[in-house]
Design a protein around this ligand. Structure first.
Ligand SMILES: NC(=O)c1ccc[n+]([C@@H]2O[C@H](COP(=O)([O-])OP(=O)(O)OC[C@H]3O[C@@H](n4cnc5c(N)ncnc54)[C@H](O)[C@@H]3O)[C@@H](O)[C@H]2O)c1
Length: 254
């Protein structure tokens, strides 16, 4: 039986990419959408989860961090999994997500592309070998409509590197004025916004007389939609808990 998806943010750019991929998918289907601004997109779209009538297995969320509780509560009440692909969650939202993960299977990642997950592993390996001697700076570039900054992916990469340093690093967004010499405890995170850039992440490990740069460039939003559909299929039928890309990859590679 196909994995039945409720697509939250169905009328947005990512929603459109997911829908077009699902047209030819034999294992998953979008049964309806939820969007603050419903449009005619070939499936029923509701303004709120309280209007949803269709039976489903998983919610795929590409909307925004706003009102995440509504999605989580619907998933809990209807025993659905939820793929949280939206970014920009506050610390309070993240605590709520952890609370709901006790009763709902939740797949959450700031980046659904396979390549960024490889980038994450490479950053961890580089930080482990290079240690405190190399300064880490992250530069992310996105289109001019992106609402949150820095990107969820940049923060995810910073968190991965920071794990190597037992969480001691502090994140610094941009520098201006007489800021003085760079503090060893910093990870600089810089957000560039312009045009239609899909998503670029560059991590610099700058040492004495050498720089190592590890980067990823997404050339289309399709790559994230592919990951979201894989995540929805993976999550269908899973017990409550938090899941991420490495769990999906471990299962697919088994
Ligand atoms: N995890 C990833 O790999 C990944 C990749 C791309 C985008 N994203 C994230 O996905 C989200 C959507 O990106 P997009 O480019 O499609 O944006 P978009 O603005 O084109 O689309 C968002 C859609 O969601 C709707 N929406 C917003 N808030 C809502 C709410 N509370 N309830 C219901 N609908 C709501 C909007 O009306 C809009 O149609 C962003 O948070 C973005 O950062 C994540």
């Amino acid at each position: 039986m196909k994995t039945r998806i409720i697509l939250c943010g169905a009328c947005g750019k990512m929603g459109g990419n997911v829908l077009s991929l699902l047209e030819n998918d034999t294992e998953a289907v979008a049964v309806c959408g939820v969007d603050l601004f419903p449009k005619e997109i070939g499936i029923p779209v509701y303004k709120s989860f309280s209007d949803v009538k269709e039976e489903a297995d998983v919610i795929v969320d590409f909307s925004s961090a706003e009102n995440v509780k509504e999605r989580l509560e619907y998933a809990k009440a209807h025993k659905l999994g939820i793929v949280l692909a939206s970014t920009g969650f506050t610390a309070k939202d993240l605590a709520l997500i952890d609370e709901y993960a006790k009763s709902v299977p939740i797949f959450k990642t700031a980046n659904l592309s396979l390549g960024v997950n490889v980038l994450q592993a490479l950053c961890k390996a580089a930080a482990t070998v290079l240690g405190e001697l190399y300064d880490v700076e992250i530069i992310e570039k996105h289109h001019n409509l992106k609402k949150d900054a820095p990107s969820g992916t940049a923060l995810m990469l910073a968190d991965t590197i920071n794990e190597v340093f037992d969480g001691k690093k502090k994140y610094l967004g941009g520098r201006e004025g007489i800021v003085g010499a760079r503090d060893k405890s910093e990870i600089g995170i810089h957000a560039v916004r312009g045009g239609t850039i899909v998503g670029e992440h560059e991590v610099l490990f700058a040492g004495e007389d050498e720089i190592i740069t590890i980067s990823h460039s997404a050339r289309s939003k399709r790559v994230f939609a592919v990951g979201a559909i894989r995540a929805a299929k993976f999550l269908n039928g899973k017990p409550a808990g938090r899941y991420e890309m490495k769990d999906l990859l471990a299962e697919e590679n088994n």
